[in-house]
Design a protein around this ligand. Structure first.
Ligand SMILES: [Mg+2]
Ligand SMILES: [Zn+2]
Length: 172
C-alpha cells in the first residue's frame, strides 16, 4: 500500500495557530469550522485516484500545553474529515501528537514516532512508494528521518509545491 503522509494545519486546512508572545502557548485564533485550502481536496482526490491512501500526521502540542482542549481537537478533526468525505476524499487514518514540546515524546515531529505507529498499525505500507507533504521544517524533518520524499507546501526544502493540487505533476 502506498501512502501519502500529509500534515494537517497549513497543508490541508487553513492554519490559525497564534501565540501571545514568542515561545508562549499557542492557541487556535480561528473558528472551529475547518477551511480547506485551495487545491487541497482536489489534490487528495487525485492521490486516491492514483492509488494512494491518505494518512494525516499532525503535531497538536497545544493540547498538552493548554492552548486548546482535547475536545476541541476531536471536534475539529471530525468536521475536517466530514468535509473531506463530502468532497470525495476518504482519509485512512489520523495520527496526532498531543504532548508538550518539552516532554521529549517520541511522536512530536520531526521525530518519527507517528509514522512508526502508522507502520505498526498498517504493516502493508510500502515506504518506497510513499511520501510526505507538509508546510513546516518539522514536516521536512520527519520525512528525512523516515527517508520519504518530501514536498514542501509553500516552502523550499525537498520539492516545493504551492498546494496539494500541484502533486499531480509528480505522482503517477
Ligand atoms: Mg502545518
Ligand atoms: Zn508526542
Amino acid at each position: 500500500m502506498k501512502v501519502a503522509f500529509l500534515d494537517r494545519d497549513g497543508t490541508i486546512n487553513r492554519s490559525f495557530w497564534t501565540h501571545e508572545h514568542e515561545g508562549g502557548p499557542e492557541y487556535w485564533a480561528g473558528s472551529d469550522e475547518p477551511e480547506l485550502l485551495p487545491g487541497a481536496a482536489e489534490g487528495m482526490r487525485r492521490l486516491i485516484d492514483c492509488g494512494y491512501r491518505i494518512i494525516i500526521i499532525t503535531n497538536q502540542y497545544p493540547i498538552g500545553e493548554g492552548g486548546i482542549t482535547q475536545d476541541f481537537y476531536d471536534r475539529f478533526t471530525e468536521k475536517l474529515l466530514a468535509k473531506l468525505r463530502a468532497a470525495g476524499v476518504d482519509v485512512l487514518d489520523v495520527f496526532f501528537c498531543p504532548h508538550r514540546r518539552d516532554e521529549g515524546c517520541a511522536c512530536c515531529k520531526p521525530r518519527p514516532g507517528m509514522i512508526q505507529a502508522a507502520l505498526k498499525k498498517y504493516p502493508g505500507i510500502d515506504m518506497t512508494e510513499s511520501f510526505f507533504a507538509g508546510d513546516s521544517a518539522a514536516d521536512e524533518g520527519i520525512a528525512r528521518a523516515c527517508r520519504l520524499p518530501f514536498f514542501g507546501v509553500g516552502r523550499d526544502g525537498g520539492q516545493r509545491i504551492e498546494s496539494l493540487a500541484d502533486l499531480v505533476r509528480f505522482i503517477s
